[in-house]
Design a protein around this ligand. Structure first.
Ligand SMILES: Nc1ncnc2c1ncn2[C@@H]1O[C@H](COP(=O)(O)OP(=O)(O)OP(=O)(O)O)[C@@H](O)[C@H]1O
Ligand SMILES: [Mg+2]
Length: 157
């Protein structure tokens, strides 16, 4: 596990920018963390790193926000208000397998509510830290630490 201290919102955003610049297509980032911990801020950074100019806001009425115009597409989900059955109906594996959609980065807020997980992903947990304000704990799961993904992470961490 890698711990990064995020002293202000800009630090959270710039971690996202690096992920957006380096993560290869097919990456899944599962974000966990309390209300207001910085999940959306980090995903806004991912959008910036991908070169997306549209404003990135948490999906509410739409369940998935898709931003196709960057280096690779960004798919942004927020599971906060969803029931497990609604999450299941989203068929998320088609996003991480690239079935009927272009492979990109899938970034999911409140990922602890996922009834199933992809075979490999970056687990990013945002926490409040007494000393530095906030911190991010990153763990790569599955083949995420091999090949292109591993290289991306070594550029970032
Ligand atoms: N490292 C940080 N230090 C201080 N403030 C931060 C940090 N990162 C983000 N923030 C600020 O915290 C607030 C909440 O951030 P954000 O909306 O990204 O959280 P969230 O985890 O998406 O919240 P929610 O659980 O409601 O989806 C924003 O005002 C943001 O600028
Ligand atoms: Mg949010």
């Amino acid at each position: 596990m890698t711990t990064l201290f995020l002293t202000d919102a800009e630090a959270t955003r710039s971690l996202g920018v690096k992920l957006g610049k380096f993560l290869p297509a097919g990456s899944v980032v599962l974000l966990e963390g309390d209300l207001g911990a910085g999940k959306t801020t980090l995903i806004q950074g991912i959008g910036e790193g991908l070169g997306i100019e549209d404003a990135i806001v948490s999906p509410t009425f739409t369940l998935i926000n898709e931003y196709p115009e960057g280096r690779i597409p960004l798919y942004h989900l927020d599971l906060y208000r969803l029931e497990p059955s609604q999450v299941e109906a989203l068929n998320l594996e088609s996003y991480w397998d690239g079935v009927e959609c272009t492979l990109g980065i899938v970034a999911i807020e409140w990922a602890e509510r996922l009834p199933y997980k992809p075979p490999s992903y970056l687990h990013l947990c945002l926490k409040y830290d007494a000393k530095s304000g906030r911190k991010a704990e990153l763990v790569s799961v599955g083949r995420f630490d091999c090949g292109a993904m591993g290289q991306a992470l070594s550029e970032i961490l």
